[in-house]
Design a protein around this ligand. Structure first.
Ligand code: AP5
Ligand code: MG
Length: 216
């Protein structure tokens, strides 16, 4: 399956990606995760992306499109892909149309997770992540077994640098102005389906599962 997961910051894209991958094994391509890995490893890409990400701004299109182009050309994407957080601008979506055609894997479904600002603020401010393995938790909604410690690898959990209220406001603006227009872009192609992201994590997944079953 060739799927895009869309939604504002904190809507639950990463959380639902984990569940989708248990259901259908396809590569998970999260541009946010790829940038964070590059930042951790201090690569030239990471050093460039860091300035934008910490402020909550989008990384320039040419950098992001180049990164996804390289990733989609890998062998594992011959069986499909789950894009999380890409595309985020109209030029990215147009570039993806071309890239997807090149690998004969046209986008089949765009899942748009909806949530309002109050809920997004609650989710982002309570999120804690593992700097080692990337697992994500929430102080209220998804507690680790031991306070402050990653269940999977035992590392100490941290808050993402862009999870401050200042960065979140910039990220929400970027979403409204640059990403939200993609809902119409994909609706015009008959591909966009929205789910209510305010439900519990398993209930959101139930709704997503129904959409996946229609495409499978
Ligand atoms: P990215 O990492 O993609 O961040 P984002 O889009 O801001 O989204 P988040 O990862 O913050 O939220 P999420 O929707 O994954 O929510 P999660 O599941 O974690 O991008 C980061 C930055 O990289 C961007 O700002 C930009 O600078 C750059 N970038 C990335 N892609 C780019 C692109 N294509 N172009 C340009 N720049 C790009 O959930 C959040 C919390 O809520 C968690 O704690 C979770 O446990 C909890 N939760 C989730 N679902 C529920 C639920 N249903 N009920 C209760 N709690 C829930
Ligand atoms: Mg995420």
């Amino acid at each position: 399956m060739n799927i895009i997961l869309m939604g504002p910051p904190g809507a639950g894209k990463g959380t639902q990606s984990e569940k989708i991958l248990e259901y259908c094994s396809i590569p998970h391509i999260s541009t946010g995760d790829m940038f964070r890995e590059a930042i951790k490893n201090k690569t030239p890409l990471g050093l460039e992306a860091q300035n934008y990400i910490t402020k909550g701004l989008l990384v320039p299109d040419e950098v992001t499109i180049g990164l996804v182009k390289e990733r989609l050309s890998k062998d594992d994407c011959k069986n499909g892909y789950l894009l999380d957080g890409f595309p985020r601008t109209i030029p990215q979506a147009e570039a993806l149309q071309v890239l997807a055609k090149e690998i004969s894997r046209p986008v089949e479904l765009v899942i748009n997770i909806e949530a309002d600002k109050d809920e997004l603020v609650k989710r982002i401010s309570g999120r804690r992540v593992c700097p080692q393995c990337g697992n994500s938790y929430h102080l209220q909604f998804k507690l680790p077994k031991t306070d402050g410690i990653c269940d999977a690898c035992g590392s100490e959990l941290i808050q993402r640098k862009d999870d401050t209220i200042e960065s979140l406001n910039v990220r929400l603006d970027a979403y409204e102005n640059q990403t939200k227009p993609l809902i119409d872009f994909y609706a015009n192609l008959g591909l966009c389906k929205s789910v209510n992201g305010l439900k519990s994590i398993p209930d959101v997944f139930n709704d997503i599962q129904k959409l996946l079953d229609e495409v499978k």
